[in-house]
Design a protein around this ligand. Structure first.
Ligand code: DGL
Length: 288
């Protein structure tokens, strides 16, 4: 797709290209599921860097580097759009990725902020996320940009991602861990809680039980998929025919396939990727 002022020139061969979705692990499947629901003709190539998950405690430089490594891997396929379905990577890398790719690139933070503004009744919003996302203040900035008098409480919950990545989200231990992580929010006034990490919707039932029925739980998946749908529609890039989705993981393909099949409600086959050797190969032959 070439953009020239307001004119968008669409390469028709892109219609049946694929949508790339990346995350540090299985969390981006929450966004993938919503894309499959809203855009059932589209084909997704999903990359989960499960071997190096979590990204939350890592430095912004490291998260940016890993994000580009995932993208370089997916660039061997014909991509028509890319979703950074990871809040931590969106917070530190979205603008840079947008500046170098010539396809639409979407993050999950602005859509999440928009969904929360739509849902809140009293303008009192809580945000939970990884240390990296909370440290970046990206949600607070995005919410205040939309609504100047919003009140925002933020909390990093580093114990939640491992529960999901280890496939323990319905274990008896999981409720105790979620309750403990959310304890600092128990006496805070809020009517809406943003799940500012794409892994957290997999724990939504537990989070709901802990926070109580008066708090609306918001994930960015729905709004992100609907933004993607609008962009594909307006650029004439909607697919006519679905091909097979593909799932790549840097860690155990079996564990990824088990979590993905369970969450997506269909049998998923995952392919294991050794990103470091692929990146070295690319550096050697493409100097990129
Ligand atoms: N799912 C990711 C996010 O949305 C990252 C979790 C992690 O790797 O720490 O932030």
């Amino acid at each position: 797709m070439m953009q020239n002022g307001d004119d968008i020139v669409v390469d028709p061969s892109l219609n049946n290209s694929v949508i790339g979705i990346i995350d540090s692990g299985v969390g981006g499947l929450t966004v993938a599921k919503e894309v499959m629901r809203q855009l059932p003709r589209e084909t997704i190539y999903y990359f989960g860097d499960t071997l190096r998950c979590p990204y939350g405690p890592r430095s912004p430089e490291e998260v940016r580097q890993y994000t580009f490594e995932m993208i370089h891997f997916l660039e061997q396929f014909p991509l028509k759009a890319l979703l950074i379905a990871c809040n931590t990577a969106t917070a530190v890398a979205l603008e840079q990725v947008q500046s170098v790719l010539s396809i639409p690139v979407l993050g999950v933070i602005k859509p999440g902020a928009r969904a929360a503004i739509k849902a809140t009744r009293e303008g009192k919003i809580g945000v939970i996320g990884t240390q990296g996302t909370i440290r970046s203040q990206a949600y607070k900035i995005a919410l205040e940009e939309l609504h100047p008098s919003i009140s925002v409480h933020s909390l990093a919950c580093p114990t939640l991602v491992p529960l999901v990545e280890n496939g323990n989200r319905s274990s008896p231990e999981a409720y105790r861990v979620v309750a403990e992580a959310l304890r600092p929010f128990q006496n805070k006034q809020m009517d809406t809680l943003i799940l500012g990490c794409t892994h957290y919707p997999l724990l939504a039932d537990l989070i709901h039980q802990v926070m109580g029925a008066h708090v609306r739980i918001i994930s960015s998946a729905e709004e992100t998929a609907s933004e993607l749908s609008t962009i594909l529609h307006h650029s004439g890039l909607l697919a006519q025919k679905k091909k097979f989705h593909r799932f790549f993981a840097t860690g155990s393909a079996e564990l990824f396939a088990k979590i993905a099949s369970d969450w997506l409600g269909q049998k998923i086959y995952a392919e294991k990727v050794e990103l470091s050797s692929y990146t070295l190969y690319r550096k050697k032959f493409f100097a990129g």
